[in-house]
Ligand binder design. Sequence first.
Ligand SMILES: [Fe+2]
Length: 305
Amino acid sequence: MKFVTIENWHAEPLIDYRPELETGNVLFFPVTPFVLPADAQDFLRGLNFSGGAVHKNIAYRPASDRVTGIGGDPATAERLRGIMGDYSRAVIDFAGRLLPEYARAWKVDYASFRPLEEQGRGLPLNKRNDLLHTDAFPSRPTNGDLILRVFTNIHPSKTRNWMVTDPFPVVAAKYAKSAGLQGVAEASGLAYQSARFFGSLGLPVVARSPYDRFMLHFHEYLKRNSDFQATTPKYRFDFPPGSTWLTFTDLVPHAVYSGQHALEQTLIVSRGSMADPGRAPVAVLEQLCGRKLVRESGFSRAASN
Ligand SMILES: [Fe+2]
C-alpha cells in the first residue's frame, strides 16, 4: 500500500483516483483542499469538556442537520451545529469533485469531531483505536457498499499518527477463515429475514446481511488477534496539522495511536460505482467462501435508519 500525496489537485488534469483507493491506498493532501475558517477551528479546539457538557465524540447528521454529543448551553450547541454543517458541506463538495463517479451514487453518512487525545485513552478493547482494524457500523449496515472516510487534522501543532497494513484481500485471505467466515456464510438467513420483516413494520431492527455480520465480527476479531497485531506489516504515517486524507476504512486496516482534534466525514460508496467492484470486501469474501453474502438490492438501508 502507499500514501499518495496530492499537492495541488485543482491544477491537475482530471485524474480518476478510484483505483488508488480501491487498491488500499490513502490519498493525502498536505494542505486541506477546502475551506475551514480559522475561527471555526478555534471554536472546536476550545470546547470545554469538563462537567460532561460535551461528549467525547461529536457527531453531525447531515440529513437532519443535527448534532449529537453535546448538551448544556444552547448557544454553544447552535454554533457547533453551524460549524459542523459548513464543514460537512465543504468536504462533500470537495470529495464530489475529486471522485465524481462515486458521488453519483454515494450515501452521505455522519460527520464527526474527535476532540480527545488518542494516546492513552484507556478504552475497552473493541473501542480502542490504536489496534489495527477494519471499520463496520453496528447501527448502519452497508449491504456490501464501502465506507469512505475523509479526515482533517485541525490540531495547531501536533501530527495525527496512523498505522495501516496490507489491504483487505491480503488480510482476509489470511484470517477470514479462522474468523469464522464459512459459518457466517452458511448460517440460516432466518435472523436476517425476521429482522427485515420487523423492519418493514417500522420497528427499530437492524437487518444485517451475512456480510455485515461478518464485518462487525471481523472488526473485533482483528483487534483481539495478537498474531495479526504483532506480525502484519505496518506502514506508519504522521499526518501534519492542516492536512487532509481519505481512504476506505473497511478495505484498509488502520489504527490511530496518537493525535488530537480531527474532523471526519463518512460517505457510503456504492459498490456499483467502483472502478473495479471485484475489489470490494464483499466480493473478496464471497470469492473466499463461495457463497453470496448480500442480496443485490440495498434493503439493509430501508430496514435500518
Ligand atoms: Fe476505524
